[in-house]
Design a protein around this ligand. Sequence first.
Ligand code: ZN
Length: 144
Amino acid sequence: MIIEELLERLQGVRKTGHRRWLARCCAHCDENPSLSVSVGTGGQILLHCFAGCSVEEIASALGLDVADLFPEKLEFSKGRAPRFPAHEILMALADEIQIAALLLTRWSDPNRDWSAEDYDRLIVANARVQDGAALDEGATWLTI
Ligand SMILES: [Zn+2]
């Protein structure tokens, strides 16, 4: 699935940056858009609901499987991790930093809840940024 097809299924879509949007989450009653949508470096669609809905719940509410969020085919040679152009690494880091920024914005707002899932996602973002900073042929998280 390409991002335009997904965006057509969402409501309240607002572009927030290059290959990044906010929309109403379709998996819960979402008055204030809390669904972060972006495109990963491998072409996969990244979804994060700040109210805590899982990717599986969001995909299901859209009539999709999680597998639909990935590009049709990733071509990498077997037995060898792919190398990534620097701009793709930077885009992936930018995705993670945006997620961290959104989470920290939420954390600093006394009127919004800070969930364990938010904290866990912030830890994942930090780990991915650290991995990206040391990216070499052994790094694999960019492939999924
Ligand atoms: Zn949600």
